[in-house]
Design a protein. Sequence first.
Lengths: 355, 377
Amino acid sequence: MIEQTIMKGTSPGLAVKLAAAKIDKVLESANETGAVTGMPQMLTAVFAIFAAVLFLFIVIRGNLKPFLYLGPWFLIFLAFGLYPLVYSVIISFSKYDILTSRLTFIGLKNYMAALGDKNFHRALWHTLIFCIGTVPFTACISLFCAILINRKIPFKRFYEAGLFLPVTTSVVVIATIFTYLYSPKGLANRALDYFGIMHPQSSWLNSPRAWLDISLPLLSIMVMNIWASFGYYTVLFLAGLQTIPDNLYEAASLDSATEWQKFRFITFPHLKPIFLLVIVMNTIYALQVFPEIFTMTMGGPLGLTTTAVYYIYELGFHSFDMGMASSAAYILFTIIMVFSLLQMRLISSDEEWKE
Amino acid sequence: MKRAPFANSFVALLLFVIVICTLTPLFLMFQTSLKSAGTLTGSVKKITLIADQSITDKYPLRLNLDVRKFKNISILFGNYSKEDYLEITFSDAQGRSCSVYKRAGPRLTIPISDFDIKALNPGLPERLAETITISLKNNNNPVFIKELSLTIKRLTLANYWDIIITGYFGRYFFNSLLIAVAVTLGNIFFCTIVGYAFARKRFAFKNFLFLLIMAGIMIPPQVLIVPIFIMMKNIGWLNTYWALIVPSLVQPFGIFLMRQYISRLPASLEDQARVDGATDRQIIFKIIFPLSRPALAIIGINTFMGSWNTFLFPFILTDTARMRTLPVGLALFKNLQGADWVHLMAASSMTALPIIIIFLGFQKHIIAGLTTGLVKR
């Protein structure tokens, strides 16, 4: 390029263009050789063969009927669970052209690109902050509320319903309401005005000031998330609390134990499995946070609220880089998988599933 | 166990405060959705339009307002004589008009209902927020007005009509309902069959297949959005009901619950029926179905709720207004609409209200579904 500029006297801009064209050509030819067209067809064929072999096996074994019952589930699982899962592995290793639906195998490049992308690091960091900032608080608040409701007070059902109502409401609705509360003349600002506390003049979801990439919009969404989900875990804790036999408390009362001691030595040890389960479930949920972000900020101000899933969405459906989106999704998947396996361990250790 | 009554009433008070905190945003949503105009904490009661100006039929006042949202119009006159009669006319952009005759006084307050609003826009409840002109006609003298103001209705359903008629929300509601009902029925039907097979039948790979269902729960939907989008694009299911119904027709949660429930039912009834020569199909529909009604109620309600509230896949798989569901429609409406809070809250209420009603009716079932299932949301 430089040679060209010096030797042939072409302008630098033109030289760059020529060089770029050359590189493109080389890359294209490389792609041609490495192109795996018809990958989805191959995958479909593999799946069809798998199904056929299974079917033959069943026919040979002669016990057809139970499989007939499983049929609907199995077909749907195969088509919309397993197949996309395998397909997305393939996409994550290739370049997908959205217009021609052509897959080109490019090896680990997508993963390298995703792991090297500063925005992905930021998204993961935001997700981590989201988890750290919501999970412990949600768990503690819901445990607290469950213990309160579990006491012998009237209108238990009312309190339970009141706490649970936000959980039944769609996340999008909650996000819309909270955008309203956080708006310049919303409830949040009016409340702060009332107490004479400083507050942002614009919407809380717009302020771009950040410390370590942690910003007010992200914190606002976290607060909303805690508000929206703690009722769910309260109900779980309540179910756990009701399994603790009353006579334990009675014995403790006889020994004149304080409330704190009762909690520390009776309630908490009994609730430990559920507490762990709640933390794991909530972490999985927080790792997947998306509708809130889309509705409230769209990754908003300067990418300060872009979480991992929103990053994947943007990559796949705004930049149409399906390959890189899939690889990023797989990186997130491995993180979620750790927690999912933990959750399964916890659930199966529950007596509910022992049969 | 005895506890001090003081402690309990303190607990009740504390809980009451917490419940108020959780319910306030939802309450504000409903309240705002019924307001004609205003902000979160205060509604505007009156809009003063002009001061010290004369309007006649030659020089009318052009306004951009939605007449349905106003209670009455009040006029403070500068000059009038007792014998004067005034004709106050509303007319819209199409030239349709309605008017009221009044004897002049120092202050005239005319309820909007005195006007024949329907004459303005025959196709009510279409939106009336077009340009409306107010003109006054006196029989001899020119009229001088000190003040003209409109009092706003405190509560109105007009916002709902607006989003249903002009904002596509009627269609969204229909889509959501159709999808939720189809998915619920599918789950009730298929989960019973699959659960029955797992509970009562012996077959090869039974444990492996059950583990596969577990695995199905563990796949986070985010991994699947890209491949499912591509798949649906290839088979031409984008923007169809199929794409939104078929993948969630049998959900692992229901299979778990049904397997558990059916395996706890006494087998003697089935055995008897089998001795009498009943087929499997008859056993499922005549015995298992009626007996497992409680479990089916839990599945039905929870599936309906989940399907109604789900966002990610309808969002990815639809891009036309005709196929959107309520949450998707609401999210896009919100991002488009900016700060039109009354309409946004009306749309939110429309999305939330059916589920809230269902929840209040079936609280026990919904909570039972969560705690016996212990399956993630």
